[in-house]
Design a protein around this ligand. Sequence first.
Ligand SMILES: Cc1ncc(C[n+]2csc(CCOP(=O)(O)OP(=O)(O)O)c2C)c(N)n1
Ligand code: SF4
Ligand SMILES: [Mg+2]
Length: 377
Amino acid sequence: MTDIATPTNGTGGGNSQTAGNGQAAGNGQAPVADAPLSPENAAIIKLSRKDFVSDQEVRWCPGCGDYSILAQTQKVMPDFGYPRENIVFISGIGCSGRLPYYMNTYGFHTIHGRAPTLATGLKAARPDLMVWVITGDGDALSIGGNHVLHSMRRNVDIRMVMFNNRIYGLTKGQASPTSEIGKKTKSTPAGTIDTPIIPLSIALAAEATFVARSVDTHTDHLQETLERAGRHHGSAFVEVLQNCNIFNDGAFRDFTERDVREDRMLVLRHGEPMIFGKDRDRGIRLNGLHPEVVKLGDGVTEADLLVHDENAEDPFLAYMLSRMTYPDFPVPVGVFRRVERPTHDQLMLAQVDDAITRSGEGDLHKLLHSGETWVAS
Ligand SMILES: Cc1ncc(C[n+]2csc(CCOP(=O)(O)OP(=O)(O)O)c2C)c(N)n1
Ligand code: SF4
Ligand SMILES: [Mg+2]
């Protein structure tokens, strides 16, 4: 179903999303709604995590990774300095799609694969809003693939968070575009024969200006990643590796578990050499056009390693990183790419201003009745 939240009371019935406690944003501190939207505004607004928790019962399976993503999202929201009524969470269909109900902000649970489309329209009409898109691997990359591509290439100023559990969770366990080859599911009883999509490679190819990955259980890292996505201006794409403990339990366990993750994951830090391992003794070196894992020592030094540059205009290295997977490589997390480009709403408004300067304010009625129009009788 589609539904628009109201931030004024918490009494909406049925499936309608409400914005919780009905308090005015800013805990009564005026003039919040008119305050400039900026991180500095956080000091005036003084919201806390709790202000972003709605009164809706959370209906994910116990143990689902979605809980952690929700919690980290609620934690970072006060830092942005936006009044709640200027924040909108738009989702498609899937378990992930329930997140807007649980945020005490505006929200819109839209139709399958179309959250980026709704977000594009909203951002065009209301550039002052902070718009988040919540989607799943099926929602974003099956039915919504086309819409994701175009929102990214247009650099629509939205933060898209894609919950990747490598399965269709809501519909009870069918293969998704990120399911691994050979995976047996209800829709692929003999194992899937389709090559999985690498979501970050797609985001990079579609020219997203902020591309990042994190993990549901790595809570500090996830918070930091969401925080950075929230501060970006332009199309941000964040893949969160999320455990669906009911239909695809342990999909990322081999490299995300606490006791192995330092050896099997690479935390990208801008300006730092790509080093990993419990003993910080391994790194990534470029061999021709290919990455390779090397052990430090025996003639290999930090100077031989790749240094992460998230601002590189050329996406080549970011693309290479997006394709590194366990067990051949440590799985990279962090910000792969962050570049600046004029946003869709900025460019569109500039065109509108330009047209008004040249031709004056428009008259819709006159326009509709000009040129080749006729009356059908
Ligand atoms: C037009 C349309 N087609 C198919 C469906 C059925 N459907 C609902 S959710 C879903 C897939 C969701 O998978 P994903 O995006 O990975 O979300 P998850 O539940 O795993 O979070 C599908 C196919 C639908 N609701 N609407
Ligand atoms: S089906 Fe999977 S993704 Fe959906 S709520 Fe349950 S555990 Fe989470
Ligand atoms: Mg999924």
